[in-house]
Design a protein around this ligand. Structure first.
Ligand code: FO1
Length: 303
């Protein structure tokens, strides 16, 4: 079975490991909306979270970065007077330096990502959703912030007035992403933040049409009740006018998804989700460890 997995950040890593454990032919398409130039390097958190998780080197407790990484470069930068609110570890910095070098040498983000996924040992293709820069921008009373400024520097506290995807109108799904989606038996949407992890791709012209052309698109909800498993999804969903729940996720995904897998506690929403045109399965979707992750991945591929 060929599976394309649309992945965001920390919430996606567990399902990626679950799908990996099933031994299917997997291609990961990672969100680029969180990418940022920080400390002179191009940081691609969602690409890196996917590569580290698949290569078995991620710090799974923290949800980002490399297990056992040190922060000596950052400590020295702090001594040199640099603001170091973005905790980029030494080995993580090396990944970003390698990527930056490849981009400066004229390689595309797709080429740099494929090379890094291969060298790090992800064991499957990892692709950025597009090569052009697309940046999630959050409008707050203190001005516009990119995702790292909003979530890491400001700890997700500012009131959210709106969200836009800078550069999306000039971006296109890459040829590799198009081929992967068209050749897939299943496209799986990870339990990621629908606004900041999946929204940037959906804002790219042609991406929704591409997903609609896929054989079957199944999403796993990132919500239980009115809360996400992690991160600011609830706040951002409410700010963009959809309920912070699996029903809100269904509304955002109904234009391209065939099915949504929701938490058993939310089975009362299944009828309304089906009225939006989606198949809906309720299951225990909490992934506490590798065996849960494989079980949930199996549920999703069967939905
Ligand atoms: N998240 C944090 O909450 N604090 C950090 O200092 C931080 C550093 C960091 C470094 C590299 C990286 O790839 C991710 C990092 N993240 C950090 C995670 C990241 O901010 C977000 O969780 C993702 O962008 C969401 O997908």
């Amino acid at each position: 079975m060929k599976v394309v997995v649309l992945a965001g950040g920390t919430g996606s890593a567990k399902l990626l490991r679950g799908v990996q454990a099933l031994g299917v032919d997997m291609t990961v398409v990672a969100n680029v909306g969180d990418n940022a130039w920080i400390y002179g390097v191009y940081v691609c958190p969602d690409v890196d979270i996917a590569c580290y998780a698949l290569a078995g080197m991620s710090d799974s407790a923290r949800g980002w970065g490399i297990q056992g990484d040190s922060f000596q470069v950052l400590d020295q930068m702090a001594r040199a007077g640099v603001e170091t609110w973005f905790r980029l570890g030494d080995r993580d910095l090396a990944t970003c330096l390698a990527r930056t070098q490849m981009l400066r040498d004229g390689r595309t983000l797709t080429e740099a990502t494929e090379a890094l996924a291969d060298r790090l040992g992800a064991g499957c293709a990892v692709l950025p959703a597009c090569d052009e820069p697309v940046q999630t921008i959050i409008s707050t009373p203190q001005g516009e912030l990119d995702l790292q400024e909003f979530w890491v520097r400001e700890k997700g506290r500012p009131r959210v007035l709106g969200v836009r995807y800078r550069g999306a109108d000039r971006a296109r799904p890459t040829a590799k992403v198009r081929d992967a989606v068209r050749g897939a038996d299943r496209v799986v949407v990870c339990p990621a933040n629908p606004v900041t992890s999946i929204g940037p791709e959906l804002a790219v012209p042609g991406f929704v049409r591409l997903l609609r052309s896929a054989r079957r698109v199944v999403a796993l909800s990132p919500m239980v009740g009115n809360r996400p498993f992690s991160g600011p999804a609830g706040k951002l969903m409410r700010a963009t006018g959809v309920p912070s729940s699996s029903l809100g996720v269904a509304r955002l995904y109904s234009k391209f998804a065939d099915a949504l897998v929701i938490a058993s506690e939310d089975r009362g929403m299944a009828g309304e989700i089906r009225r939006l045109g989606l198949d809906c399965a309720a299951a225990d979707i909490r992934m506490r460890g590798p065996s849960d992750a494989a079980r949930v991945a199996r549920e999703v591929l069967a939905a």
